[in-house]
Design a protein around this ligand. Structure first.
Ligand code: ZN
Length: 254
């Protein structure tokens, strides 16, 4: 069944119909969902969701755009949350230079601190990196992130950068962008990357694939992503679903 490696069902975009939507996943072939967290509040919400639904697991981490207020107490609390039985990774963590705030220094500090946390709790890392290719790679290399493993979520860089992460043993997270008219760079990365290192994701409620671009996204749209990967790789959509599920289980140790 389809393994959704990255979605945000705690988001208020799902407030009106969250339960009905999640209850319909299984009948639509979505077998497992990892709900990704971005802040203390979303970690709490995500844990609640995973308690309610047997097929939902959670990451534990603070997003670079949400780290301005972080402190040592919060870092310790995140560490405590990692012992929760359905926590599977530290993330999403990384660098986002698309906006000016928080400063690069603050983002780097908490990125490194959370990479360190992943090492302590022996978790893979889910990386968010936007407009920050060089600094992300430099930090991950200096922190020996290849020993942690993980996923570069919503991969948005070139084949050259993909090669670096693939060589470090990381998975490439592929979502709706692969269907976009301007998604050529990602299609090239998918063509280049071994299928054994690709996982699928929606980043719901964001990044809905064509023909739903701009609308609220959900895991129900993942077949549009697997069809596109199948086309590029010359495989059947069923085979892509099967292989990416195996990959996701290796990524999250499930
Ligand atoms: Zn996300």
């Amino acid at each position: 069944m389809i393994f959704e490696t990255h979605a945000h069902y705690d988001d208020e975009a799902f407030d009106a119909d969250r339960d009905a939507l999640l209850l319909s996943m299984t009948e639509h072939g979505i077998g497992t969902i990892v709900n990704a967290t971005a802040s203390k509040k979303t970690v709490e919400q995500s844990i609640e969701l995973s308690k309610k639904y047997p097929f939902i697991y959670t990451t534990i981490g603070v997003h670079p755009s949400d780290c301005a207020e972080m402190d040592e107490d919060e870092l310790k609390w995140l560490g405590d949350m990692c012992s929760y039985e359905k926590a599977v990774a530290v993330g999403e963590i990384g660098l986002d230079y698309h906006y000016d705030e928080p400063s690069k220094e603050i983002q780097k500090k908490w990125f490194e601190a959370q990479l360190d946390l992943a090492r302590r709790v022996k978790f893979p890392v889910i990386i968010h990196s936007r407009d920050a290719a060089k600094d992300t790679l430099d930090i991950m290399k200096s922190m020996k992130a290849e020993e942690l493993g993980g996923d570069i979520h919503c991969f948005s860089y070139s084949v050259e950068i993909a090669r670096e992460y693939l060589n470090m043993g990381f998975f490439i997270g592929v979502g709706g962008v692969i269907t976009f008219k301007n998604g050529k760079k990602l299609r090239e990365v998918v063509e280049y990357a071994p299928i054994e290192q690709i996982v699928i994701e929606t980043d719901s409620p964001y990044l809905a694939p064509e023909p739903f671009r701009g609308k609220r996204n959900s895991s129900l749209n993942l077949p549009l992503v697997t069809e596109k990967i199948a086309e590029i790789k010359g495989l059947s959509p069923e085979k892509v679903i099967e292989i990416t599920e195996e990959n996701a289980r290796r990524l999250y140790n499930l």
